[in-house]
Design a protein around this ligand. Structure first.
Ligand code: SF4
Length: 396
């Protein structure tokens, strides 16, 4: 299993696979090949189909300026994966070509070059094996993580700063978010209602909206496990610090535990909407948040696992159908619903466990998620060609 650190990447919205990954790809291309006088970048799969709404061309031009032409190759039949072909031409017009796959959460794979994104550092890939190891070694789950990633807490402390800043910015803004969709920012109003009524759920909805609205607007946010789903965990972090009074270190440790569960999903299923539908993004974010909430409440490993399992199980089959390719409808509202679902998952797991064991393990539900993701048709995997996206028509 790969580093938990890579579940949490900092970057500009609105989509880790469509903004962080292409940015990293072109930056690495320059690093390996040197600067070129001209570039052509071809985008395939969902990178082409939702690339405009996801600002993929904008982020590439931010790096390469007017030296680049970005081509959207719309051919769902031929290529359903998120592929970029980067071509660079030097002063003698010699061509250098990279074929890059965006894997989800900002990770990339470059054909023929090991850039380290697929490096495995954890020896165990399933929660059942990790639990057996904890038992044999007599250690807790955080100690297990620190054995393999001793610097993870420092990294997560920086991520917490970015998450909180995104929530704070989002709460302070009002007005139009997207003209074409006629969507206005809502975080500010939800927070006002939450404060007025003393309603923690409304406040958590507001925090999820705030980070997600910032993401949709191209602001700097943190993946958990993706940018499209960044509002779920940002809400948990902000609420834990400012409503519940936990310390930053305590929250960082809880994030490490939640990150382990997300990492198991990344290894055995997917965290990419283009590969597994929205269950892979929002479902994983919900499981990450649920396990972190349970850890923070000092629940044992069985309850933590149960909460994470509930977080995924009730997102199984969730499709990815962003309207006009923007990470706005249904994404922002979906982040808000998922954070409340994460708290409910912990409540359910804590109370039912007093009476009997749960029947579905986390590993079982991850296998099921992988199976289900493969059955979801390409139209419903971040292409903007199916589902809710079909209900919206351009207005004159
Ligand atoms: S529908 Fe879900 S997976 Fe698709 S872009 Fe929105 S948040 Fe990401």
């Amino acid at each position: 299993m790969q580093a938990i650190k890579d579940i949490f990447r900092i970057g500009k919205g609105p989509s880790s696979s469509h903004t962080i990954a292409p940015k990293r790809a072109v930056e690495l291309f320059i690093k390996y090949n040197g600067p070129c006088k001209h570039y052509d970048v071809e985008l395939y799969g969902s990178l082409a189909l939702t690339g405009k709404g996801h600002k993929t061309d904008e982020i590439i031009k931010e790096i390469l300026g007017d030296k680049v032409e970005v081509h959207f190759i719309y051919d769902l039949d031929k290529e359903t994966r998120n592929i970029m072909i980067i071509k660079g031409y030097d002063d003698e017009d010699r061509e250098m070509v990279w074929r890059v796959e965006s894997l989800g959460g900002g990770a990339i794979k470059v054909d023929g070059i090991d850039i380290g994104d697929e490096k495995e550092i954890y020896p165990l890939d399933h929660i059942c094996d990790i639990k057996a190891y904890l038992c044999d070694e007599g250690i807790d789950i955080l100690s297990y993580i620190l054995r393999y990633e001793p610097d993870i807490i420092d990294h997560l402390m920086s991520c917490i700063d970015v998450m909180c800043a995104s929530v704070t910015r989002g709460l302070s803004k009002e007005g139009l978010l997207n003209k074409r969709l006629n969507v206005y920012r809502s975080a500010h109003y939800l927070k006002k209602e939450g404060d007025m009524k003393g309603d923690i759920d409304l406040k958590r909805l507001a925090y999820a909206y705030a980070a997600s609205e910032e993401n949709a607007d191209g602001g700097t946010v943190c993946t958990a496990p993706t940018l499209g789903s960044c509002g779920v965990v940002a809400s948990f972090v902000y609420s834990s610090l400012y409503d519940e009074g936990y310390t930053k270190k305590e929250v960082a440790e809880a994030l490490a535990v939640g990150g382990l569960f997300a990492d198991v999903i990344k290894k055995n299923a997917s965290i990419s909407g283009a590969t597994g539908g929205c269950q892979a993004e929002i479902g994983t974010a919900c499981a990450l948040a649920a396990s972190a909430i349970a850890y923070l409440a000092h629940e044992d490993i069985e309850i933590i696992e149960y909460a994470a399992e509930v977080g995924i199980e009730h997102h199984l089959g969730l499709t990815c159908d962003p309207v006009f390719g923007y990470v706005i409808i249904p994404c922002i509202e979906r982040n808000a619903v998922a954070i409340l679902r994460a708290y409910d998952a912990v409540k359910l797991a804590t109370n039912i466990s007093k009476y009997h064991n749960h029947s579905v393990s986390f590993d079982m539900v991850v296998n099921s998620m992988n199976y289900t993701g493969k059955k979801i048709s390409p139209e419903l995997r971040e292409t903007g060609l199916g589902g809710l996206a079909l209900e919206f028509k351009e207005e004159d």
